[in-house]
Design a binder for this molecule. Structure first.
Ligand code: ZN
Length: 163
């Protein structure tokens, strides 16, 4: 994807207030991120372990989500599958919950998905990051098809948040 600037990321959030988008922590090393291998940029908040964020482009428009991470205890010890990139990890997948955009979110409505805890799905799909033995199902899909599937899963998730 095309590299995003801090300003573009902050103004792309669809499910938090402008004030929150201004204050939340955006990685400082944006220039060094492997944008060519990313379909989205995801990161955990170093100051708040229960928070994560992701930024992508949908139809050429930067779009970003604020996510809450569920308590570790429930998922930590069993193998789980990321619903974005279909990678299986032991303790490496977190239930992340996004408040819905607009009024629905203010009323407490959320959408949840199991996502790689480090939000590095694009790198797992491309084999640039290893999730350990048995992490990938045996599939006949090409890497390009897996990338497309990950993008489709993410797009569907964002569509649920903004619906
Ligand atoms: Zn993943």
């Amino acid at each position: 994807m095309k590299p995003l600037t801090e300003q573009e990321i902050r103004s792309a959030f669809v499910n938090c207030t402008k004030g929150e988008a201004k204050r939340l922590s955006v990685p400082r090393d944006l220039a060094e991120r492997p944008w060519d291998d990313l379909d989205f940029l995801g990161w955990r908040d170093p100051q708040a372990p229960d928070r994560a964020y992701l930024a992508t482009e949908i139809g050429g428009r930067p779009t970003a989500l604020a996510l809450r991470c569920a308590n570790a205890a429930s998922w930590q010890t069993r193998r789980s599958m990321c619903s974005m990139c279909i990678t299986t990890h032991t303790g490496g997948v977190t239930l992340m919950v996004a408040p819905k955009a607009g009024k629905a979110g203010q009323q407490g409505n959320t959408v949840g998905a199991y996502i790689c805890s480090d939000l590095a799905c694009p790198l797992y799909v491309r084999g640039k990051k290893d999730a350990g033995m048995g992490a990938r199902l045996h599939e006949t899909l090409t890497m390009e098809e897996k990338i497309q599937r990950t993008v489709a899963n993410l797009t569907a998730f964002i569509a649920q948040v903004t619906a």
